[in-house]
Design a protein around this ligand. Sequence first.
Ligand SMILES: Cc1cc2nc3c(=O)[nH]c(=O)nc-3n(C[C@H](O)[C@H](O)[C@H](O)COP(=O)(O)O)c2cc1C
Length: 140
Amino acid sequence: MNINLIYKTRTGHTEQLAKAMSSVLNIEPIDIDHPHILGDTDLLIVGTGIYGGRPDQSLLDYLDNLPSNKIKGAAIFSSSVSNKDQTELIVNILKQKNIEVLKTRFSCKGQFLIFGWGHPDLNDLRKAREFAQFILDSIA
Ligand SMILES: Cc1cc2nc3c(=O)[nH]c(=O)nc-3n(C[C@H](O)[C@H](O)[C@H](O)COP(=O)(O)O)c2cc1C
């Protein structure tokens, strides 16, 4: 089973979550802003910050451009000051490509200006690792 984790971050929070999850998955997370080649992927884990109530457009474009036959399944996580899941646009793109999306999504509080100060914190990173383990258990 090839697992890849891609993420888009503007202020580093999603990257912290990505690294915590990747330590459990034993993989190197991929920042979509860095040059890379996405290899064969059975399970794609997708992470983003939320900006203006939606995932970053560059991540949506990245997913739009993925060949539909490349990925079998996906899981999604996000970081936002509201800690509300606002990743429906990602789900829609993946489903249009017939990629099965794990129903449970992980959202984490991320500081914005003075709001959500200190998040993601150690407890959030522990929850991120638990979500990674949950994903592994779901595909076992
Ligand atoms: C330009 C901008 C717009 C944002 N808009 C929202 C928003 O609409 N809803 C929300 O809950 N958080 C919003 N946030 C807060 C971010 O989602 C939060 O800080 C998140 O942790 C950022 O992830 P990142 O550090 O990986 O970029 C916004 C942050 C920025 C910088």
